[in-house]
Design a protein around this ligand. Structure first.
Ligand code: ADP
Length: 221
């Protein structure tokens, strides 16, 4: 199963990709292009240094950098859940070229999460989103609260991302809007696109995605 999850900032891509990875543990590691970028920056690699400036300004990291991070990680894997990749048609084409357009080992499904207003999305991101430094897991103070210490589930700390500000979030929305329609059309034309309503509670969205994917968590013998 090779799935890409796309949609606007704050719509729940990371949340759903993580939950799908857990529902499909045998063959589906989640791969987040945003997390790959953040890890390079945090590790202060040469590439990370170059990306830091774009990232902190809320600007797009150039496609070739994203591609150099993501594509090599797909080559030897039987399945993946891509979180926010491809983010535009150029990246989609590069993914097709990497595997060969009709290669059966390429992408099988693209899930577009849609529905919440921009105001709702900004609220999810700016006032509520917290990410665990220990596990990378994404939480929301109200809708998906981080576990309490006595639960021994995730030690945290639960931090707000440096770019989860009003200003950077507006820039991320603007960047998404520029690419969104073309990307949607690209995968619609290939017959790979399914749109899932992301206004519902987190668990219901996961259930709907699993339905769209044909319940791969219950493989037929
Ligand atoms: P993205 O990866 O698309 O930017 P995230 O998965 O980081 O989005 O989700 C953004 C924020 O919204 C997080 O704090 C997350 O816990 C919360 N969230 C995700 N999905 C939902 C939902 N269906 N309802 C309410 N809050 C949600």
């Amino acid at each position: 199963m090779k799935v890409a999850i796309i949609g606007p900032p704050g719509v729940g891509k990371s949340t759903q990709a993580t939950r799908l990875g857990r529902a499909l543990p045998y063959y589906n590691p989640r791969l987040s292009s945003g997390e790959l970028v953040r890890n390079e920056i945090q590790a202060d690699t040469t590439l990370g240094g170059k990306m830091r400036e774009y990232y902190e300004r809320g600007e797009k990291v150039p496609d070739e950098v994203i591609l150099s991070l993501v594509l090599p990680r797909l080559a030897h894997s039987g399945g993946w859940i891509l979180d926010n990749f491809p983010a535009n048609v150029a990246q989609g084409r590069a993914l097709d070229d990497y595997f060969g357009e009709d290669d059966p080992v390429g992408l099988n499904h693209v899930i577009l999460l849609e529905g919440p207003t921009e105001e709702d999305l900004a609220e999810r991101i700016v006032s509520g989103r917290r990410t665990s430094r220990a596990t990378g897991e994404v939480y929301h103070l109200e809708y998906a609260p981080p576990p309490a210490p006595e639960e021994n589930l995730d030690p945290g700390p639960f931090e707000q991302r440096a770019d989860d500000t009003e200003e950077a979030t507006r820039a991320h929305f603007a960047a998404y809007e520029k690419e969104a329609d073309a990307l949607k059309e690209y995968y619609e034309a290939k017959g790979l696109l399914s749109v899932v309503d992301a206004r519902k509670p987190i668990g219901e969205v996961t259930a709907e995605i699993l339905e769209v994917l044909g319940h791969p968590e219950n493989p037929q013998p």
